[in-house]
Design a protein around this ligand. Structure first.
Ligand code: NAI
Ligand code: NM2
Length: 505
C-alpha cells in the first residue's frame, strides 16, 4: 500500500500514469483532502494530460498537520543525535534503493529528463545521509567562570519548521530542507508547489518507513492561501522558502509578524564570465550546463554569459552547434537531453521573453520556438527549442529579468574591471561563474562578484557538502553544508553557580 504508485513505475511510460492516492500526509499516513470541491488539475508537462488533482488544504487541515508535527517534535528532539542519525540513514538507504522509481515519477510530474531526475534523487539521499552524519556531532560549549562557576551551551531544535517548495526540484528541495531540519531535532511540515504535488508524499512515506515518529515530516498541498496559513501559524518556529522574490518577500513579512526565523532561496540572473585565456571547450560545456538543465528552470543558472570579445565568434559557433544538437523529446527516454517546461503559461512566458528580446535588438542564433515532437502522444506537451541570443546589451529585458526557461543571453566584454562591474549590476546575487586559466584572476573575480556561489571553470555543480544560497535579493540563509545546522537550531546558555549568590540588595 505504502508504495502503490511507485510499484506502477517500472512499466510506466509517458502519458500513462494517473495518480489517485491522497497527496496529503500527516500523523503518519496519507490523508484525504476535505474540500474536494476545490480540486485543481495537475498536468503531465510532456503530454499536457491530467496527472492528478491537487486539493488545497484549509485552516483545519493545516492545523492538524502542524499539531501532529509538534507531537512528533517533542519525541524526536529528545532522542540522541546518533539515534536520529540511524533513522535518517535508513531513509537515505530506502530512497537509494527506489531511486529509479522515484525519478520516473518526478519526470512524469515535472517534465525534466530521467537522466537529470536520477541525479536529483541521488542528491536527495546524499543530503539526508550527510545530515545524518552531522546529527551525532551537534554539541555545545563549556565555559569556565570565576569561583568554580561555569556555563555551557546546548544546541537545541527550533520546533516545527515549515518548508515551502518550488516546482523545479520537487523531491530534492524537500530533502534539502527536511534533512538539516530533522538532524537538528525539528519536525517539518512541507508544502510543495501546486504544480508538483506528487513525489514529496513519497518522501513522507519513506521517512515513516524508516521509523521517524508519526507526524515528523508532514505534507500539506495547496497554493498561496495554504502557504499563508502555514506562515501565520503560531506553532511554527521557522519557514524555509524556495521560490520567487515577490513571494519570498511576503513570506518574510508574514514570518516577521510571529518573529519566526526565515531562510529564503529566491531567483537569480547569474553572470558567467568567459575570459579569452579559458579552455574554450570547457567554457562552452560550462555555458550549456549553466543554462539548459531542467529546461533552463534553475534558480542559479548563469543566464548572462559575458564572453571576452576576441573569442566571441569561436564561442558562439561552438555553443550554437552544441545547443542545436540537444535531443528534445520524451523525458523518460535515456537519450533525451531536454524535456518539457512545467506548464503552458510558463512556456508562453518564456517564448514571450524571446520575442521581446528580438524586438529589443537581440539576434536569435538558434531555438526559441515551440517544439512539437514527432511522437503523437507528446503533441500537447510544453516543449520549446533551447535558445541562444546574441547581440544582447545589459539594458535588455532578457538580460535583466529571470526568464526561467532555456534561453542564454550572450554579451561581449573587453576588460576584467568592466565585466565585474557589469556582472554585479543586478539586484540578484545567487550564483556566478568564471572561466580562465589565470589562477590569480579566477580568485580575484570570485572575490569581487556579489553572489552566494562562484564556480571557477565549471558551473551548476552542487554537492551537499557545500553551502548554497544567495546574496542581495536572491535571499539569505543557506542550504547544504555544515553551516545550515545553524539555521535549524538555536543555542541555549546554561549558567551554573557553584558558590553563594552575591546579592547587591
Ligand atoms: N530559487 C529557486 O530555487 C527557485 C526560484 N523560482 C522562482 O520562482 C518563479 C516562479 O515559480 P513559482 O513556483 O510560481 O514561485 P512562487 O514564488 O509563486 O511559488 C513558490 C512556492 O510558494 C508558494 N506560495 C505562493 N504564494 C505564497 C504565499 N503568499 N505564501 C506562502 N507561500 C506561497 C507556492 O505555492 C509555491 O509552493 C520562477 O520564475 C523563479 O523566479 C522558482 C523555482 C526555484
Ligand atoms: C541542483 N542545482 C544546483 C542545479 C539547482 C538547485 C537549486 C534550485 O532549486 O534551482
Amino acid at each position: 500500500m505504502a508504495q502503490s504508485i511507485l510499484d506502477a513505475m517500472p512499466g510506466a511510460s509517458t502519458g500513462t500514469v494517473v495518480v489517485t492516492d491522497p497527496l496529503n500526509f500527516w500523523a503518519g499516513k496519507r490523508v484525504k483532502p476535505r474540500q474536494e470541491i476545490n480540486a485543481e488539475p495537475v498536468f503531465e508537462p510532456a503530454t499536457g494530460r491530467v496527472l492528478c488533482q491537487m486539493v488545497p488544504c484549509g485552516a483545519e487541515e493545516v492545523d492538524e498537520a502542524i499539531q501532529s508535527a509538534y507531537t512528533a517534535y517533542l519525541k524526536w528532539s529528545k532522542m540522541a543525535g546518533m539515534e536520529r542519525a540511524r533513522v535518517m540513514l535508513e531513509a537515505a538507504r530506502i530512497i537509494r534503493e527506489r531511486r529509479e522509481k522515484i525519478a520516473k515519477l518526478e519526470v512524469i510530474n515535472n517534465g525534466k529528463t530521467i537522466t537529470e531526475a536520477l541525479v536529483d534523487i541521488d542528491i536527495a539521499w546524499q543530503c539526508i545521509e550527510y545530515y545524518a552524519g552531522m546529527a551525532g556531532t551537534l554539541a555545545g560549549q563549556h565555559v569556565q567562570l570565576p569561583g568554580g562557576a561555569f556555563a555551557y551551551t546546548r544546541r537545541e531544535a527550533l520546533g516545527v519548521c515549515v518548508g515551502i517548495g518550488a516546482w523545479n526540484y520537487p523531491f530534492q528541495i524537500a530533502a534539502w530542507k527536511s534533512a538539516p531540519a530533522l538532524a537538528c531535532g525539528n519536525a517539518m511540515v512541507f508544502k510543495p508547489s501546486p504544480m508538483t504535488p506528487v513525489t514529496v508524499v513519497i518522501l513522507a512515506e519513506i521517512y515513516k518507513e524508516a521509523r521517524v515518529p508519526d507526524g515528523l515530516f508532514c505534507v500539506v498541498q495547496g497554493r498561496a492561501e495554504t502557504g499563508t496559513l502555514l506562515c501565520h501559524h503560531p506553532k511554527v518556529a521557522k519557514v524555509s522558502f524556495t521560490g520567487s522574490v515577490p513571494t519570498g518577500k511576503k513570506v518574510m513579512e508574514m514570518s516577521a509578524k510571529g518573529v519566526k526565523q526565515v531562510t529564503l532561496e529566491l531567483g537569480g540572473k547569474s553572470p558567467l564570465i568567459i575570459f579569452k585565456d579559458c579552455e574554450l571547450e570547457n567554457a562552452v560545456k560550462g555555458a550549456l550546463m549553466a543554462n539548459f538543465l531542467t529546461q533552463g528552470q534553475v534558480c542559479c543558472n548563469g543566464t548572462r554569459v559575458f564572453v571576452q570579445r576576441e573569442i566571441l565568434p569561436q564561442f558562439l559557433e561552438k555553443v550554437v552547434k552544441r545547443t542545436k544538437a540537444i535531443v528534445l523529446g520524451d523525458p523518460l527516454l535515456d537519450g533525451t537531453r531536454m524535456g518539457a517546461l512545467i506548464s503552458k503559461p510558463q512556456l508562453d512566458k518564456v517564448l514571450g521573453f524571446v520575442s521581446q528580446a528580438k524586438q529589443q535588438g537581440a539576434r536569435v542564433l538558434c531555438g526559441g520556438e515551440p517544439f512539437v515532437p514527432s511522437d503523437p502522444k507528446l503533441k500537447g506537451g510544453y516543449f520549446m527549442s533551447p535558445c541562444v541570443l546574441d547581440n544582447c546589451t545589459d539594458d535588455m529585458t532578457c538580460v535583466k529579468e529571470e526568464i526561467f526557461g532555456p534561453v542564454m543571453s550572450v554579451m561581449p566584454f573587453d576588460t576584467e574591471e568592466e565585466v565585474v562591474q557589469r556582472a554585479n549590476n543586478t539586484t540578484f546575487g545567487l550564483a556566478s561563474g568564471v572561466f580562465t586559466r589565470d589562477i590569480s584572476r579566477a580568485h580575484r573575480v570570485a572575490e569581487n562578484l556579489e553572489a552566494g556561489t562562484c564556480f571557477i571553470n565549471n558551473y551548476n555543480i552542487s554537492p551537499v557538502e557545500v553551502p548554497f544560497g544567495g546574496y542581495k535579493m536572491s535571499g539569505f540563509g543557506r542550504e547544504n553544508g555544515q553551516v545550515t545546522i545553524e539555521y535549524y537550531s538555536q543555542l541555549k546558555t546554561v549558567v551554573v553557580e557553584m558558590g553563594d549568590v552575591d546579592c547587591l540588595f
